[in-house]
Design a protein around this ligand. Structure first.
Ligand SMILES: *Cc1c(COP(=O)(O)O)cnc(C)c1O
Ligand SMILES: [Zn+2]
Length: 415
């Protein structure tokens, strides 16, 4: 299927390159020269259309193989993607929005959307005969990589800043990753991983740097569009850190539009936290991105220097979308709303999309007569400490029915 790749193009200098599995970033621009992979849609159209897709028995992200950059699916993999898209009943009534859909990415094997990128990364590593794959991250990218590498029998070397909270590391250690805690901040961590990857020749799963990862992430929107029977909602709402996820959302929309699978381009709303909002600030102030402090509990989107800025900004620009920032308090509120109204437990960065939708409705950016899909990017079980902040602790009673009756009579709980 790799023949469907037309060329690579640098997002900075726009130089084009012939497809080359070893090429990660633009040779001229260096690390900032993130590459975009262009597909040959005319050649894809010859063998693939909506009805062939509909008949596919592959209930995973690999049902979109003609639009992926791998030769073939690896048969031993855990099942990534094909996650549910729920039509909201309770929350849409509460928000008074015409229609609301919720894409639940928390049910992926390692509990986040990152599995879509890691699935591609492990296959690319095998295709190029690597035994070891490496990345630097403290969160979902790392645990997701460790998860899929474990299943497929690849070794992982994962770099984290030494102050990374132990809760975040447990998933990694359970999956058997070789974990290196770096005595320094995230920049030091990233630097060391970069040097080590170069020195040892490990496969590089660093977000943004590796252009194949966005192509994996885009399958989330290919699924959404297929689940909506190719009639997109007016808006798709997603939270943003490095910018790879939102870039993938745009790429998937673009692919299906080019193939004629959809006739309308949904608008993308990019959501960040007020405590770390480099994209939103550059958008609102009409200026270039500037590095900012990382000051939000939504750790998965706490990225002061986003590594995929060009693609992320174009995603909103090309869809005539919008950028919005939300408070940590509203994120906690959204975690409760998703749980109470829909039975979905989300980590803070994942609930930020709902906060963004609520604020956009309030500000008239999204109209109540419009329709929207929010992407819930990660599972709440990953971050129990922050979930605790969103709720009131439970009442503690003795084994005494009268005490229970008193408590219920006080009407503090609806029974
Ligand atoms: C990584 C991540 C995001 C943001 O993705 P970026 O590519 O960093 O913009 C959002 N939510 C969750 C749960 C994530 O793990
Ligand atoms: Zn370049």
């Amino acid at each position: 299927m790799e023949s469907h790749i037309k060329r690579y193009q640098c997002t900075l200098c726009h130089e084009t390159y012939t497809p080359n599995a070893d090429l990660m970033t633009c040779p001229t621009c260096g690390e900032k020269g993130i590459l975009d992979i262009e597909f040959d849609y005319e050649s894809i159209k010859k063998t693939w259309n909506r009805s062939i897709l509909k008949q596919s028995t592959d209930l995973s992200m690999f049902r979109y193989l003609p639009l992926l950059t791998i030769k073939e699916k690896h048969l031993n993999m855990l099942n990534i993607g094909y996650t549910p898209l729920y039509e909201s009943i309770n929350l849409s009534a509460f928000l008074k929005i015409k229609k609301l859909y919720i894409k639940d990415e928390g049910v992926n094997p390692s509990g986040s959307l990152k599995d879509r990128a890691s699935g591609i990364a492990v296959i690319k590593a095998l295709e190029s005969n690597h035994q070891t794959i490496s990345c630097s991250s403290t969160g979902n990218a790392a645990s997701s990589l460790a998860c899929h590498a474990a299943r497929i029998g690849l070794k992982t070397v994962i770099f984290v800043p030494k102050r990374a909270p132990i809760g975040k590391l447990n998933q990694l250690l359970i999956y058997g990753a070789n974990l290196i805690a770096v005595d320094g901040d995230y920049k030091d961590t990233f630097d060391l991983s970069k040097q080590a990857i170069q020195h040892y020749g490990w496969y590089n799963r660093n977000a943004a740097i590796n252009p194949h990862l966005v192509e994996g992430k885009k399958t989330v929107v290919l699924e959404i569009l297929e689940q909506l029977k190719f009639k997109p909602t007016d808006w798709i709402v997603v939270s943003v850190g490095d910018g790879c996820t939102i870039a993938g959302v745009y790429k998937g929309i673009y692919d299906f539009y080019q193939l004629g699978f959809i006739k309308k381009i949904p608008k993308i709303l990019g959501v960040q936290s007020e405590g770390c909002s480099p994209f939103v600030d550059s958008f609102l102030e009409h200026r270039d991105l500037m590095p900012v402090d990382e000051n939000t509990m939504a750790d998965s989107i706490s990225v002061g220097i986003p590594r995929n800025p060009v693609k992320a900004l174009l995603a909103v620009k090309h869809t005539l979308g919008y950028w919005i920032k939300v408070s940590d308090q509203s994120i906690l509120e959204s975690m409760k709303l998703l749980g109470h109204y829909e039975g979905i437990f989300s980590e803070p960065a994942a609930a930020a999309s709902l906060s963004g939708l609520i604020k956009a409705l309030k500000e008239g950016i999204i109209k109540h007569e419009e329709t929207a899909t929010i992407i819930v990017t990660g599972n709440g079980l990953k971050d129990p400490e922050n979930a605790k902040k969103a709720v009131v602790p439970p009442v503690i009673l003795r084994n005494d029915l009268n005490q229970l009756i008193d408590y219920i009579n006080k009407g503090e709980k609806h029974v």
